[in-house]
Design a protein around this ligand. Structure first.
Ligand code: NAP
Length: 299
């Protein structure tokens, strides 16, 4: 029997592991993919204390190394069911079953889909949700980056810097992204197509054209493109939380108190799954608090 099972090995889950291990809790981290979560996709971070500049992948490797010296991490092991009986949880994965006294949900978010014709069809053949992963395939090519938030602008900057030709397509006439990113995009002369939405993606076997609609005039235009990077926000991965009866907010994020306790005794949550600022620093902080609370509450 574990003291703590952490579900999800992004910055929040791994940090929870570091704290859990150091406090002596018998802990297992379960991750359905490889450790890192969306953190692996961050091209460059400039707001994590102690590092003026660091890539998401590099920081994840450091945190993972630190965590796995202290606790067990099983990657490529997806949790499919959690059952609560009295003060014990049974966690079922596709490979095994484990029991634990407490759970930390650090399941994060997934990329929101546009839900337009061609998006699913051309996924991996011109449509991508991750510039760090797929950008290098598009050097010298015309790309549209859809969205106006930090992710879209950051991805466009990264794509430009590696030699792609990105344009941002945004549905409004001002960006949501932080000013320093906007300034950098301006300096790099990244074109922005304002008040415009992507209506359809077309091609033969791969992305070749994008149908754009101007929201002010209603006019549509079909342009030639080689790639489309979609960065229109995130959705919580909350199925396990829902199954456990954990209280969620209107947008589907887990509601916690200041100690990262959820509405279900013995279940804690940390990181992007709790909504809020969606930053590494807050995810790590929540992971630390969740692990500490899980131990204190069950002493
Ligand atoms: P976000 O901040 O929610 O922005 C999503 C963008 O996509 C918005 O500009 C939104 O337009 C647009 N959008 C949403 N649905 C759309 C649709 N159906 N069609 C067209 N456009 C649509 O999401 P994000 O940029 O992925 O960022 C997620 C979180 O991670 C944020 O909290 C962000 O601050 C954080 N993050 C931080 C950094 C950093 O600190 N450097 C980097 C990346 C991400 P509207 O503006 O019109 O709503």
């Amino acid at each position: 029997m574990y003291d703590i099972i952490i579900i999800g090995a992004g910055p929040a889950g791994l940090t929870a592991g570091i704290y859990a291990g150091r406090q002596g809790s018998k802990t297992l981290i379960l991750e359905k993919n490889i450790a890192g979560g969306k953190g692996l996709e961050v091209p460059l971070m400039e707001n994590y204390p102690g590092y003026e500049k660091i890539q998401g992948q590099e920081l994840i490797q450091k945190i993972k190394k630190q965590a796995t010296k202290l606790v067990e991490l099983k990657e490529l092991e997806e949790v499919i069911k959690i059952k609560k009986e009295n003060m014990k949880f049974t966690v079922e994965t596709k490979k095994d079953t484990y029991t634990t006294r407490t759970i930390i949900l650090a399941t994060g978010t997934r990329h929101r889909r546009l839900k337009i014709p061609g998006e699913k069809e051309f996924l991996g053949r011109g449509v991508s949700y991750c510039a760090t992963c797929d950008g290098p395939l598009y050097k010298g090519k015309e790309i549209l980056v859809i969205g106006g938030g930090n992710s879209a602008v950051q991805e466009a900057i990264f794509l430009k810097q590696i030699g792609c030709k990105p344009s941002i397509v945004h549905r409004r006439d001002e960006l949501r992204a932080q000013k320093y990113l906007q300034d950098r995009a301006k300096k790099l002369k990244i074109p922005i197509i304002w008040n415009t939405t992507l209506k359809e993606i077309k091609g033969k076997g791969k992305v070749q054209k994008a149908v754009l609609e101007n929201r002010k005039t209603g006019q549509t235009e079909t342009i030639k493109v080689d790639g489309i990077f979609i960065a229109i926000g995130e959705e919580p991965i909350n199925k396990l939380a829902q199954d456990l009866g954990v209280k969620l907010d209107k947008a589907g994020y887990i509601i916690t108190d200041k100690q990262q306790r959820t509405s279900v005794e013995g279940v804690y949550a940390a990181g992007d799954i709790t909504g809020g600022l969606n930053q590494w620093i807050t995810a790590c902080a929540e992971g630390a608090i969740a692990a500490t609370s899980a131990q204190r509450d069950t002493q």
